[in-house]
Design a protein around this ligand. Structure first.
Ligand code: ASP
Length: 322
C-alpha cells in the first residue's frame, strides 16, 4: 500500500497536463530542409491542424542523412505530444536500406495517421539539350560517367527514386546528397547538377515557369494539374516498373499517452477535410488520404508492408545497406 502512494501521486500529477493537452505550441519536426516538398506538406498541415488541435505548430527542420536525423530526434523526444514528426516514404526506405539505424521504426513511434500521397517527377536543369524523355535517354547514354543526380540523402524519396531510375536505364550516375531537395533544387536551377527526382509539391512551380525541364511522372496514370498533364508516365516512357508514390504520415515518440494520440488523430482527421489544405495540396498534385490508413493501427501496418516491399526493390536496384 505504502509503495503505491508515490505512483498514485505521479499519476495524479500527469492527469491535469493530459486533460489540458495541448496548452502550449507543438513542435513539428520535418526531417528535411526548409522550403522543400516535405516542408510544404508540413506547413500546410500545421495550418490546417491549428484549429482542430487547438495549438500552434512550430516547424523545426532537421535535415540530413536521408531524413534519419530528424526521425531520430523525435524517437528520442519526451513522449508528451509536444514533439511530432511529419515524415514520408523515406521512413520505410531508410529502414529497408540501412544496416543499422539509431531508432526502431516500428517500435519507437506512435503512429498518428497518414496524410497524403504525392507523385514524383524526373526533372533536369534548364540548360540540358533534351526536351523529351526519349531525348534525355539518348543524352544520358552519350554522357555516361559525367552525369550528376541530386537527392536528399541516402534513404530519402529522391534517393530511392534516383536509384530505381538508374537501375531501370542501367546507367550509374554520380549522386550528390543534400539535406533536402530545396537546396538540391537550387543547384539544379543553377545548373550545378543535371537531374533529380522530386515530389510535385516542389517541382510544379518550377516546371510551370520553365526553370527546369520535366520528363516523366512516377505515377501509373498521368496527372491532372495543368503543368504536369502533358508529362508521360514512366511506364509510357518505357521505364517498366518504375513507379514511386511518396506517402506522408504523422508520428509521435513511443509512449505518448493514448489520450494524446487519440486527440491528435481526431484533429488530423478534421484537418484533412480542410478546404484550404485540399486546394493547396491538390494544386501541387497531392492526393489527401481518405481511407483506413487514417487509423494509427492501419497506418503502422501500411508502413510495415512498405518496409517489406522496399527491401527487395532496393536490393534488386543494386543498393545494399550502408
Ligand atoms: N524530396 C525530398 C526527398 O527526396 C525531401 C525534402 O526535401 O522534402 O525525400
Amino acid at each position: 500500500m505504502r509503495r503505491s502512494l508515490p505512483l498514485a501521486a505521479g499519476l495524479l500529477a500527469c492527469l491535469p497536463a493530459l486533460a489540458d493537452y495541448p496548452d502550449k505550441p507543438v513542435t513539428l519536426v520535418v526531417p528535411f530542409a526548409a522550403g522543400g516538398p516535405t516542408d510544404k506538406v508540413a506547413r500546410d498541415l500545421a495550418e490546417a491542424l491549428r484549429k482542430p488541435l487547438g495549438a500552434t505548430l512550430i516547424i523545426e527542420n532537421i535535415g540530413g542523412v536521408g531524413g534519419t536525423l530528424g526521425a531520430n530526434r523525435v524517437a528520442k523526444a519526451a513522449p508528451d505530444g509536444y514533439t511530432l514528426l511529419l515524415h514520408h516514404i523515406g521512413l520505410a526506405s531508410a529502414t529497408a536500406l540501412y544496416r543499422t539505424l539509431p531508432y526502431k521504426t516500428l517500435e519507437d513511434f506512435e503512429y498518428l495517421g497518414m496524410v497524403n500521397e504525392v507523385p514524383m517527377t524526373l526533372v533536369g536543369r534548364a540548360s540540358l539539350p533534351a526536351n523529351t524523355y526519349a531525348e534525355l535517354a539518348r543524352w544520358l547514354d552519350a554522357n555516361k560517367g559525367k552525369i550528376n543526380l541530386a537527392h536528399a540523402g541516402t534513404g530519402s524519396a529522391s534517393h530511392l527514386c534516383g536509384l530505381l531510375f538508374q537501375a531501370a536505364i542501367k546507367i550509374d550516375m554520380t549522386t550528390v546528397p543534400y539535406k533536402g531537395t530545396a537546396p538540391a533544387m537550387n543547384d539544379l536551377l543553377g545548373g550545378q547538377v543535371d537531374i533529380m527526382c522530386d515530389q510535385t509539391t516542389n517541382t510544379t512551380g518550377q516546371i510551370e515557369s520553365g526553370k527546369v525541364k520535366a520528363y516523366v511522372v512516377t505515377t501509373t496514370k498521368r496527372l491532372a494539374a495543368p503543368a504536369l498533364a502533358k508529362l508521360p508516365t514512366a511506364e509510357e516512357a518505357g521505364l517498366k516498373g518504375f513507379n514511386v508514390s511518396v506517402w506522408h504520415g504523422l508520428y509521435a515518440p513511443r509512449g505518448t499517452p493514448k489520450a494524446v494520440v487519440d486527440k491528435i488523430n481526431a484533429a488530423l482527421r478534421v484537418a484533412l477535410t480542410d478546404a484550404d489544405f485540399h486546394k493547396r495540396q491538390e494544386a501541387l498534385g497531392a492526393v489527401i488520404i481518405n481511407d483506413a490508413r487514417l487509423a494509427p493501427a492501419e497506418h503502422k501496418k501500411f508502413v510495415e508492408a512498405e518496409i517489406n516491399k522496399l527491401g527487395p526493390v532496393i536490393k534488386a536496384a543494386g543498393q545494399y545497406a550502408d
